[in-house]
Design a protein around this ligand. Structure first.
Ligand SMILES: NC(=O)C1=CN([C@@H]2O[C@H](COP(=O)(O)OP(=O)(O)OC[C@H]3O[C@@H](n4cnc5c(N)ncnc54)[C@H](OP(=O)(O)O)[C@@H]3O)[C@@H](O)[C@H]2O)C=CC1
Ligand SMILES: CC(=O)N[C@@H](CCC(=O)OP(=O)(O)O)C(=O)O
Length: 345
């Protein structure tokens, strides 16, 4: 396959290039950048050195601009652009092939909700019903048939994976309280005061609590697929890590269940998944998933309440790794293809 990566110098774009160099189903990579067009990829991302060069023959080892990439007619495109810029580029490239969008542009099903959350009219509302929400373990059959996959946000991925089976099976109530801790790379590579080392080191803080964060409507939308009563509380926090995400969710148990019942429920849904590890009775830690596509899940059963823990790497299972997983599902490759070994930015 001939695969283009839009936004290839950003954090998630860089990570995609690192995965694609080892992917056996991809022989040609087209790295697309507005800021680095004409520069050599191996000189910008020194971790790659020359290891991707054999797949960069179409662009002479260099990044190209969007128009050049379009003229090279990629079969498959990852868009790792900011919101709105991404929707416009995705709509264009869908003419040639399949697309996985890492931005939030096609995640919300309702254009009015999108406008309310992102503050702008959706440029392609007619594509929203075609887009499949790419929570890979949950929507696999629909992802197989999709041309446009909306890769989930990092907070929604880490929150939804442990909750969906338990809510669907009526084990926990859907009015959950989700507390999430994110590494700073979740804010992207662009310079902002709030991401400075001096602002973030030795410091932790909640931000956009209550109904303020744009991931709350995304999480609520997907929980409502399994329970129409879903009414989550979502509180994100920034912690001084480069990569990583830890989510602790408190839920009310709906019936008397043993630890084994809960573990069995997870195994029924995720027993075949190469990327979900049920860690119970151990708890989870971000260091055990860092640089990998794993989502680790654990829980503490209090009889009336359940405390649920999940850990991912925000840049991998929360973005580029899940995007590769979606490409694998869309094209009939093994789900693990290209995803081992793991990397850090
Ligand atoms: N960071 C994370 O943990 C996650 C990010 N996402 C989403 O993935 C997408 C990429 O995120 P991330 O890699 O962190 O972002 P970055 O800010 O690190 O990179 C985005 C890249 O897009 C390009 N770009 C920036 N502004 C524009 C613009 N106005 N028009 C066109 N291109 C532009 C730039 O690359 P170039 O100069 O090479 O064109 C930039 O490096 C975003 O939509 C983000 O919300 C989703 C889940 C998790
Ligand atoms: C730490 C941090 O800033 N995280 C980002 C979320 C990560 C992300 O990029 O999510 P989207 O793809 O939905 O934009 C935030 O809170 O906005």
């Amino acid at each position: 396959m001939k695969v283009a990566v839009l936004g290839a110098t950003g954090y998630t774009g860089m990570m995609l290039l690192r995965f694609l160099r080892l992917h056996n189903g991809v022989d040609t990579v087209i790295p697309v950048s507005s800021s680095a067009a004409g520069k050599r990829v191996s000189e910008v991302d020194r971790a790659l050195f020359s290891s991707l060069d054999n797949k960069l023959s179409l662009t002479d080892g260099c990044y190209v601009d969007l128009d050049t990439a379009f003229s090279l007619r990629p079969d498959f495109v990852f868009s790792a652009l900011p919101h709105l810029a991404s929707a416009i580029a995705c709509a264009r490239f869908l003419e040639h092939g399949k697309v996985v969008d890492l931005s939030a542009d096609f995640r919300l099903k309702d254009a009015a909700v999108f406008e309310n959350v992102y503050g702008e009219e959706h440029p392609f509302p007619e594509l929203l019903s075609d887009a499949v929400y790419g929570l890979a373990e949950w929507n696999k059959e629909r992802i197989k048939e999709a041309s446009l996959v909306a890769n989930p946000g990092c907070y929604p991925t880490a929150s939804l994976l442990p909750l969906l089976p338990l809510i669907k099976e009526g084990i926990i109530a859907a009015n959950v309280s989700i507390n999430a801790l994110s590494g700073i790379s979740g804010a992207g590579k662009s310079a902002k005061v709030s991401s400075l080392f001096a602002e973030r080191t030795e410091n932790m803080s909640p931000y956009l609590p209550g109904r303020s964060h744009r991931h709350l409507p995304e999480i609520a939308q997907e929980l409502r697929e399994v329970s129409e009563d879903a009414d989550p509380v979502f509180t994100p926090h920034l912690v001084p890590l480069k990569q990583g995400m830890l989510v602790t969710t408190v839920a009310y148990l709906m019936r008397d269940v043993s630890d084994k019942d809960i573990a069995d429920c997870y195994m029924d849904y995720y027993g075949e998944s190469p990327w979900i590890r049920i860690r119970h009775p151990e708890l989870v830690e971000t260091r055990w998933v860092r640089g990998s596509n794993y989502c680790d899940i654990s829980f503490k059963n209090e009889g009336d309440r359940l405390i649920i823990f999940s850990a991912i790497d925000n840049l991998i299972k929360g973005a580029s790794g899940q995007a590769i997983e979606n490409m694998n599902i869309m094209n009939g490759f093994p789900e693990t293809e290209g995803l081992l070994p793991a990397f850090e930015v």
